[in-house]
Every structure is written in structure tokens, then in C-alpha cells.
Design a binder for this molecule. Structure first.
Ligand code: MN
Length: 376
């Protein structure tokens, strides 16, 4: 039986000429650009004069799967808003929370004006997807070197019709972290506009020097580095809860995409223990236990994780949402139905419904309902 699911984690693939067609040449030249090696194992990212060499491009076209197919060969709709819906229909994916791809590297830009121009260019392009179909819930890319530019783009994005704001898991290079007061206007703007905060794991701001220090080498490197990309979402949420962001802005909702789900109850327990046992050192004091914010204001999407289902059914965290990561190689394209059945067969119907469609609908109530399971 076909299972239909909304996806809390998908990606647009920006066209190569996005910046050159939308920005003056002197700005376009400094925007993130990826050049892949012929063998597909490495790429060089050019971001505002920096060259970042790296292995394992996240979702890059050159990366091949087990059958030797690139994401474009696997997912013909990866960069086509019309064809993409046919891909989704075939997979049983209904609506998607859609992040940028190359836009994830915007966090490595260090010039606030350049960054704002680039984010606006991405957002003006991305919103056309959402205008084409309500099944695309696009995330607005927010410039995060300072609150002032961030707030301006949050308001502009809300005006364009965005329902979600993509935030990298750390603010821009050199900026104070999420637990500092300088971000207060950003949280206020997000709460006021009702935009859902959408963190995506693996989006820490890097420059060419920190990039090398941030990655592990040696035996096991591929697995070690994949794990390492996971922690950033947990750190961002920890900083927001601990510094009282949700205390002051109870209307905020924050999704962490692609990072699994069992970390939620785990982080909640750790924070509660610290809050009780170290209470004399806790600043600021919170109105409620840390876990209450995590269970209510925070959401998570997972794609293959077997344990994620138990985060809801056994640990009681209701804000768990499945995600496809379409069209990235970590995702489920080509085997979505197999994955959904492996995850959800034998699980009670209410929990399945919550994880496949309900959590997403709670965040984005404007999205039309998914077809009934079993229909094409
Ligand atoms: Mn993803």
C-alpha cells in the first residue's frame, strides 16, 4: 500500500546562473560556486575570495550512489519545479520543507551587504517554486552576520509569502552565538511574522582555515565526519533553550532537519538534570523546565533512522517528522516507499499519521492535505 508523507527536509538545486542573472557582476563573482573534480570525489567551493577544498559534497551532482548514478540521473526533477512534482508523486512525497543547496554556503560570506544581496537573490528565485505549488514550502535564506540584516530579510521574506526561515546552525563568521542578546530582534521578528525556524544540520559557518580543523582525518573519517555534521542542530537548540529564547518567545517553533530524532528526548533530559542539579549557577532562570520547550517548541526530521520512530512512540516527543532529503544522496529518492514501510509497518496508526503528515501540517497549516494512503 502506498504511504503518502510530507517531507521535513528537502532541497532546491539552484541553477548555475542564479547569481549572474540576478546580481551585478561584482557581487555575483563573489557568491558561492562549486566546481567538481572530474572523478566526483572532491569539489572546490569558491566563496567570496576563499577556496574551500572538500570531499563528499553534500548533495552535489558529482556524487554517485551505489548504482553509479548522480542525483540528477536519479531525480530528474531535482532542478525543475514542474518535473519535481512527478518525482514526488512517484515516491509518495506530498509537501516538502525545501532548503537551498549551494545557498547553505552563504554562511561562509563575511561581508554583510554581499550576504544580504545573495540571500535576497536566492529567496526571490525560491519563492517561485512556492508560487507554482503549495506542496513546496520553501525556506527563506536569512543573512546572519548581524541581527539588523537578518531582521530585514525576515520581514521581506514574510512579505513574499515564505512560511519558514532557513537558519544555519551557527550564526555567520565572527558573530556572537545564538545564546547572546544581540539576536533578540531576530527572534522577535520570527515570532511576529510566524515564520518557522528551519535549521539544517551540517551548516556551520566555515572559512577556508576553519574548514580543515572542523573535519577529521584518518581511519573511519567518512563516518566520523558524517556524525560530526549531526551535532550542530542539537547545539543550536541547546543554546536557544538555555538562554531563554523560547521563554521570551513562546510562539517560536524551530525545526532541526536531517539530524534524526532521538537526540530530542536525550537533550531534554540532560538539560533538565543540569537545570535542577546546578540550579545555583543557572543564568537566566527559566519559567519552565528546559524539556518543556524542547518537547513543545522544537521539531525534528529524520529520513532512515529506525530509532526516530521510538522518539515518539516510546519517549513521547510528538514533534517528530519524516523527511526525504530529496534529491540528496543521503535521502530516500528511489526507495522512499520501501523506507516508509520499513519504518512504519506495525506502528500504531495515530503515530504513523503524526510522523508522516500531522507534524508537518501543524507547522504549515496552509498546505493542502496529502492523499489518502493507498491512492496513487
Ligand atoms: Mn537535507
Amino acid at each position: 500500500m502506498k504511504i503518502w508523507a510530507n517531507s521535513g527536509d528537502s532541497h532546491l538545486v539552484e541553477p548555475d546562473d542564479l547569481f549572474t542573472t540576478s546580481l551585478p557582476a561584482e557581487l555575483a563573482d563573489r557568491m558561492p560556486r562549486s566546481v567538481k573534480d572530474d572523478d566526483g570525489t572532491h569539489e572546490t567551493l569558491y566563496v567570496d575570495g576563499q577556496e574551500i577544498r572538500r570531499r563528499m559534497p553534500r548533495g552535489a551532482a558529482a556524487l554517485k550512489d551505489d548504482q553509479g548514478l548522480s542525483v540528477y540521473e536519479r531525480a530528474p526533477g531535482a532542478n525543475d519545479m514542474v518535473q519535481r512534482l512527478f518525482d514526488l508523486d512517484g515516491e509518495g512525497i506530498w509537501a516538502e520543507l525545501v532548503f537551498p543547496s549551494i545557498g547553505i554556503w552563504m554562511s561562509s560570506i563575511q561581508d554583510p551587504k554581499l550576504l544580504s544581496a545573495g540571500c535576497a537573490a536566492i529567496n526571490d528565485w525560491a519563492i517561485e517554486y512556492q508560487r507554482y505549488s503549495e506542496r513546496y514550502v520553501c525556506t527563506a535564506t536569512i543573512p546572519l552576520l548581524d541581527a539588523e540584516h537578518g531582521v530585514a530579510e525576515v520581514h521581506r521574506a514574510a512579505g513574499l509569502g515564505f512560511k519558514a526561515a532557513y537558519l544555519s546552525v551557527t550564526p555567520g563568521l565572527g558573530a556572537l552565538d545564538w545564546n547572546y542578546d544581540i539576536w533578540e530582534p531576530l527572534w522577535a521578528a520570527l515570532e511576529e511574522t510566524g515564520l518557522v525556524i528551519a535549521f539544517h544540520i551540517g551548516t556551520e559557518a566555515h572559512d577556508a582555515s576553519t574548514m580543515h580543523g572542523a573535519y577529521f582525518r584518518g581511519p573511519g573519517g567518512a563516518l566520523i565526519n558524517y556524525m560530526e555534521t549531526t551535532y550542530g542542530g542539537q547545539r543550536a537548540i541547546t543554546k536557544m533553550i538555555s538562554s531563554g529564547v523560547f521563554d521570551r518567545h513562546p510562539g517560536l517553533k524551530a525545526m532541526v532537519s536531517e539530524g534524526g530524532a532521538t537526540w530530542g528526548p536525550f537533550v531534554a533530559d540532560r538539560l533538565d538534570e543540569a537545570y535542577r542539579q546546578h540550579s545555583s549557577m543557572v543564568r537566566p532562570q527559566l519559567r519552565r523546565l528546559p524539556s518543556e520547550y524542547l518537547y513543545e517548541n522544537v521539531y525534528a526530521s529524520f529520513q532512515h533512522d529506525r530509532s526516530a520512530v521510538q522518539a515518539m512512540t516510546a519517549m513521547g516527543w510528538r514533534n517528530v517528522c519524516w523527511g526525504s532529503d530529496y534529491p540528496h544522496i543521503e535521502g530516500t529518492f528511489g526507495h522512499t516507499q520501501k523506507t516508509l514501510h520499513e519504518l512504519f509497518d506495525g506502528v500504531d496508526e495515530a503515530s504513523v499519521r503524526r510522523m508522516t503528515v500531522g507534524t508537518f501540517e501543524e507547522l504549515f497549516p496552509h498546505v493542502p492535505p496529502a492523499p489518502a494512503n493507498g491512492t496513487e
